[in-house]
Design a protein around this ligand. Structure first.
Ligand code: AGP
Length: 609
């Protein structure tokens, strides 16, 4: 939810820290700050708002130093303010610390420390850590003081800390919030994910929960919670810098919408054996015998990934014959889910760090279920904690509103359907048909993207409305939900997704000329019912924007506006029908001059529960 960067090496730290924060801003942008060891102690600067505000504060100042930490915040405890901005420090302003996560027992710890005379300057949970390390450091060395502090913490953390009187080291530790260590030619960079690292090196180490690292300019040492040194494998980042940058688009979101043909190609590359009508998923190889005998799949995810799961349910039930339930991860873990060894729990997560989804997977493992993942970020926590899984290979998704990751998730779910179906009674003929149609999807998406000018006009026409319905049936019901989420999260309009068949059970009372409806009405097994629904809306003076199948002349006469997508298998339609809705939301929000990549109140990766 927040972004952390640290640097120690032979270069000036501040430029690296500021650049790193900018690449992490999608994780939170309520406030930002840094601390740099400048030879005369520690220089700290903070600013409310985006990183550019912090940058403006220090422009022209000569802040030197080759060791530093920095932070961009998504507020959890204490409103966005300079006082609550990280880094936080101890009473003596000797220890400075940045933190991503939530210290759940901070109130008790703070009360104990205040009794010992500690004075706090912020409302945050994080500040407690700096004072507790200070208290312990009165009796033991700094690294031991950090260990002892973390042993008292309930909650999640990814931390980086520096100490004025120990200027040659950064100490970092993680439990529940990601930390990645980049290995440079002449130093090290630590960050919440690889975005700040990729321009400096492709060699990284992923810290695991319970691990701490002491980092100097020359070396690093990782110690686990048993206090044993850990030899960590060095991984290679498979994203290039330009992939993580905007490439001339106004927003990351538009870049990522336009990258969808390539994202789907990359997701299915090497995984479709069209001639045999099968999917080859190397990530499932070791569990293939278990997946063959599964009786049930429970999909756990959040937000857009949850809607991908809803599409997966229709696919798995109809084409793989497996009973499938889809659960909000945040609900699943607090229920008493009935799981067994014939159940697989499948986590869908772009970031691989969503706390609710991670917690659901951990609960599933406790109950003996096979845990699988569909994850985009290589080496992320969910990817590493599931028993097996399939990476999206969709490339970095920076825009807070998920787009290419979603279509990539649907592609992988189609591959899963093929894989599981052909382990069961799906015929060669059906398998081949699905594989052939899936292979065509990238080109079909390209034809839709060419209509972005038309969709921009429609979005402009409706951008003055503040209430809209998104309606769909069967495979397009989850797409209606996703289309509504896209619109609400970047334009702040009240957009509601609903099963079309549900309208007559109450919601249709809302319909009038001020409450337009986006009706997903592609030619499929429920087309006639959907057309009846559109008639019902029109009969109540509702405006209708239809998302229809290319060549459908009938619908054009019935509705106010229409966008057309090519014909494909019903189960693959969602990969096409979502694209116009992404563009509609994008242009709707841009027309309102909103910050599409960093919408208010949101962050890209929700690593708090
Ligand atoms: C999607 O547009 C949202 N930003 C959000 O709902 C997101 O899908 C959700 O937080 C899940 O994230 P994940 O896929 O990284 O787990």
């Amino acid at each position: 939810m927040c972004g952390i960067v640290g640097y120690i090496g032979n270069k000036e730290a501040l430029p690296i820290l500021i650049d790193g924060l900018k690449r992490l801003e999608y994780r939170g942008y309520d406030s930002a700050g840094f601390s740099v060891l400048n030879g005369n102690g520690i220089m700290t600067e903070k600013a409310v708002g985006k990183v550019v505000e912090l940058e403006n504060k220090v422009n022209g100042k000569n802040i030197k130093g080759s060791v530093g930490i920095a932070h961009t915040r998504w507020a959890t405890h204490g409103k966005p303010s300079e006082r609550n901005a990280h880094p936080h420090c101890d009473c003596e302003k000797n220890i400075f610390l940045v933190h991503n996560g939530i210290i759940e027992n901070y109130k008790e710890l703070k009360a104990d420390l205040e009794k010992l005379g500690h004075k706090f300057s912020s409302e945050t949970d994080t500040e407690v850590l700096a004072h507790l390390i200070e208290e312990y450091a009165k009796q033991v060395p700094w690294e031991e003081a950090v260990w002892r502090t973390l042993a008292h913490v309930q909650g999640t953390y990814g931390i980086a800390t520096i100490k004025a009187d120990d200027p040659e080291r950064i100490i970092v530790a993680r439990n529940g919030s990601p930390l990645v260590l980049g290995i440079l030619e002449d130093g090290f960079i630590i960050a919440s994910d690889i975005a700040p690292i990729v321009r400096h090196t492709d060699r990284v180490i992923y810290l695991e929960d319970g691990e701490m690292a002491e980092i100097t300019k020359e070396k690093y040492e990782v110690i686990n919670f048993k206090r044993k040194k850990v030899a960590k494998e060095i991984s290679k980042i498979d994203w290039t810098l330009e992939e993580a940058e905007k490439k001339g688009y106004d927003h990351f979101m538009m870049k990522e919408i336009m990258e969808q043909p390539e994202a789907v190609e990359n997701s299915i590359r090497g995984r479709l054996v069209v001639g045999e009508g099968i999917a080859k998923l190397g990530g499932l190889r070791d569990v293939a015998e278990r997946t063959r005998h599964l009786k049930r799949i429970v999909i756990v995810s959040c937000g857009t990934s949850y809607y991908a799961g809803l599409v997966g349910k229709y696919m798995f039930e109809e084409y793989a014959g497996i009973r499938t339930d889809v659960e909000y991860a945040s609900e699943f873990r607090y229920r008493k889910p009935i799981l067994d060894e014939e159940t697989a729990v499948l986590a869908i997560s772009q970031s691989g760090e969503t706390a609710d989804t991670l917690a659901a997977i951990r609960e599933a493992k406790n109950k003996g279920a096979l845990t699988l993942g569909i994850v985009n970020v290589v080496g992320s926590t969910i990817a590493r904690e599931t028993d097996a899984g399939v990476y999206n290979h969709a490339g970095p998704e920076i825009g807070v509103a998920s787009t290419k990751a979603f279509t990539s998730q649907l592609s992988i779910l189609a591959l899963f359907t093929l894989f599981l179906g052909r382990q069961r009674d799906m015929s060669y003929v059906m398998g081949k048909r699905i594989a052939e149609e899936l292979e065509k999807i990238p080109e079909l998406i390209k034809t839709i993207l060419k209509q972005s000018g038309e969709i921009k006009k429609i979005a402009k026409k409706y951008s003055s409305f503040s209430n809209l319905f998104f309606l769909g049936r069967k495979y397009n019901f989850p797409i209606a939900m996703e289309g509504a989420l896209k619109l609400k999260e970047i334009s702040y309009a009240h957009a509601e997704g609903y099963p079309f068949g549900e309208m007559k059970h109450g919601p249709i009372a809302l319909i009038d000329k001020n409450f337009p409806v986006v009706a997903i009405a592609t030619k499929d097994s429920v087309y006639e019912k959907t057309m009846s629904g559109i008639q019902e809306v029109k009969a109540r003076s509702g405006k209708v924007i239809a998302l229809a199948t290319k060549g459908d002349r009938e619908i054009q006469k019935m509705v106010d506006d229409a966008v057309f997508v090519p014909k494909t298998l019903e189960m693959l339609t969602p990969l096409l029908s979502v694209v116009p809705l992404q563009l509609f939301a994008y242009y709707f929000a841009v027309n309102k001059s909103l910050d599409v990549d960093k919408p208010r109140n949101l962050a890209k990766s929700v690593t708090v529960e």
